[in-house]
Ligand binder design. Structure first.
Ligand SMILES: Nc1ncnc2c1ncn2[C@@H]1O[C@H](COP(=O)(O)OP(=O)(O)OP(=O)(O)O)[C@@H](O)[C@H]1O
Ligand SMILES: [Mg+2]
Length: 209
């Protein structure tokens, strides 16, 4: 028995957490068993690593350390949460996964992408999403959405150029991988939700799930 693995990707403020919850509710109401999780984190050990990664006090963290900490949290996440849930035949939905590393540490921090892909592979041992929803919107719109949310974390407080590189990095990745479906994230939450539901329903139909 092998379940189905869906990841959500996109910039901060794109609506990943909102839409992960809405999709989860939809799938559960259709009778599916769903495990919802997020990165960095998803396990007690991973949540400790998340705190290190997002803490503004860790301004001295070099890009390599950052990449390795994300990978460490991800390895634990796969071993402890994702792989067991897939083995139970569940649908697993994660808020961020390997594509975030390729884009944030590769496109934005400019680490070597091949090395990052190899690091991802080492961490996940072949456990890759069947489907990835990339929520895409202009950086300026997302920054205005987040403006009311108080203090930014260590990644969110990067400049517009960094976030623009992230956006373009995600779009470039989507052009290379057919599993990544770009969903515009600028409309109302209910419109974005409907667009995601269409993509996921089509996918489940193709897989006869
Ligand atoms: N389609 C939308 N239109 C307007 N506001 C939205 C929409 N989707 C989400 N929001 C709001 O934007 C903010 C960010 O949404 P959310 O936390 O879901 O994004 P995120 O991608 O998970 O961001 P982060 O990466 O920072 O966790 C929230 O306040 C949310 O209520
Ligand atoms: Mg979120």
């Amino acid at each position: 028995m092998q379940g189905l693995f869906i990841s959500f990707e996109g910039l901060d403020g794109a609506g990943k957490t909102t839409q992960v919850q809405l999709l989860t509710d939809l799938l559960i109401s259709s009778g599916h068993k769903v495990t919802v999780t997020r990165e960095p984190g998803g396990t007690p050990l991973g949540d400790k690593i998340r705190t290190l990664l997002l803490d503004l006090a860790n301004s001295e963290m070099c890009a390599e350390t950052e990449a390795l900490l994300y990978a460490a949290a991800r390895a634990q996440h796969v071993a402890q949460v994702i792989a067991p849930a897939l083995a139970r035949g569940e649908i697993v939905i994660t808020d961020r996964y390997t594509d975030s590393t390729v884009v944030y540490q590769g496109a934005a921090r400019t680490l070597n992408k091949n090395q990052l892909e190899a690091l991802n592979e080492f961490a996940v041992k072949g456990v890759m999403p069947d489907l990835t929803i990339l929520l895409d919107a202009e950086v300026a719109l997302l920054q205005s959405r987040l403006a009311g949310r108080g203090e930014c974390d260590r990644i969110e407080q990067e400049d517009v150029k960094f976030h623009e590189a992230v956006r373009q990095g995600f779009l470039a990745l989507a052009a290379r991988h057919s599993r990544i479906k770009v969903v515009p994230a600028l409309g109302e939450q209910s419109d974005v939700q409907a667009a995601i539901a269409t993509v996921v329903r089509q996918f489940l139909k193709e897989r006869r799930i």
